[in-house]
Design a protein around this ligand. Structure first.
Ligand SMILES: *[C@@H]1O[C@H](CO)[C@@H](O)[C@H](O)[C@H]1NC(C)=O
Ligand SMILES: *[C@@H]1O[C@H](CO)[C@@H](O)[C@H](O)[C@H]1NC(C)=O
Ligand SMILES: *[C@@H]1O[C@H](CO)[C@@H](O)[C@H](O)[C@H]1NC(C)=O
Length: 260
């Protein structure tokens, strides 16, 4: 009886330790969807000017559906561009500069890089290993007093909610495709892209920069299909996204979207 009780208490302790370690593990892993600490500043104009055409390769964020609800990420979060397209929920915390005492939540998509500045002695917020969000000015103003400049925040990865299908802008030349993948729902951050012409099998694309993926070869005159994998391991296959008469510089919308 006693031994049995002892056994179950030990088992309980083991389970509790496993649970505590599990939740601790959740806190420190980047792709975890739990709250983590960081700081936020802002850049660009009050209408989002100066935040377009960033390091993720997205262009006019209004036309591409992101609007001003975007952020630039410090080196620690940017992951050399692999995090482009990820979505975050952010709240201002523990500062007199927070609006409504930190109860306002904003949702932003990562569209740009906040570069480090190693010669700056102070306020070098975007230097590694700092986790930092350089928000658009309108998003910063939703959570904090503008003149604060910088505020402590808490953030977590959340699912991206996007309208319509995944979009593909096809650039390059007849021997080299550079495809910008945008309007991605779910985890949002695409980590692998495969392409298939109507006369080819599935072929690997390479990430060139941001969310621009390249392929060396000829695809002119073929309809194009894509298979995308996001950072959470989920994938979708979008068949015949672009018709055989697709044109360079044009965007094509898939009927598919990641679930969220
Ligand atoms: C944003 O404001 C700037 C001036 O601050 C102006 O030049 C620009 O046209 C505005 N952009 C939009 C989209 O309204
Ligand atoms: C603001 O929020 C903090 C943390 O949640 C809380 O301790 C504090 O009482 C709040 N202040 C006011 C004025 O509501
Ligand atoms: C880096 O910081 C220094 C010192 O504040 C400044 O003079 C310089 O312009 C900054 N460089 C960039 C690229 O912003």
């Amino acid at each position: 009886m006693c031994a049995k009780v002892k056994f179950s208490s030990i088992a309980l302790i083991v389970i509790s330790i496993a649970l505590i370690m599990g939740s601790f593990h959740c806190e420190v892993v980047e792709d975890n969807y739990g709250w983590d600490d960081a700081h936020a500043t802002c850049y660009g104009g009050i209408n989002g000017s100066g935040t377009m055409f960033g390091a993720c390769g997205y262009k006019d964020l209004f036309k591409q559906g992101y609007g001003v609800e975007t952020t630039a990420l410090s080196t620690a979060l940017f992951n050399k561009g692999l995090t482009c397209g990820a979505c975050y929920e952010i709240k201002c915390t523990n500062s007199k500069w927070c609006l409504k005492n930190g109860t306002v939540l904003i949702h932003v998509t990562a569209t740009n890089f906040c570069p480090p500045n190693y010669t700056k002695p102070t306020e070098n917020w975007c230097n590694p290993p700092a986790k930092h969000f350089d928000l658009t000015q309108p998003m910063f103003r939703k959570i904090a007093v503008y003149k604060a400049g910088v505020v402590p925040v808490q953030y977590r990865r959340v699912m991206c909610h996007k309208q319509g299908g995944i979009k593909f802008e096809i650039n390059g030349n007849p021997y080299f495709l550079l495809v910008l993948v945008y309007n991605v729902g779910g985890a949002g951050s695409v980590v692998d892209v495969k392409i298939k012409g109507s006369k080819t099998g599935w072929l690997q694309m390479s990430r060139n920069w941001g969310q621009n993926w390249d392929f060396h070869g000829q695809m002119v005159g073929q309809s194009l299909s894509f298979r995308l994998t996001t950072s959470d391991g989920k994938w979708v296959q979008a068949d015949d996204v672009a018709p055989s008469y697709w044109k360079f510089g044009k965007s094509y919308e898939a009927k598919k979207q990641f679930s969220f």
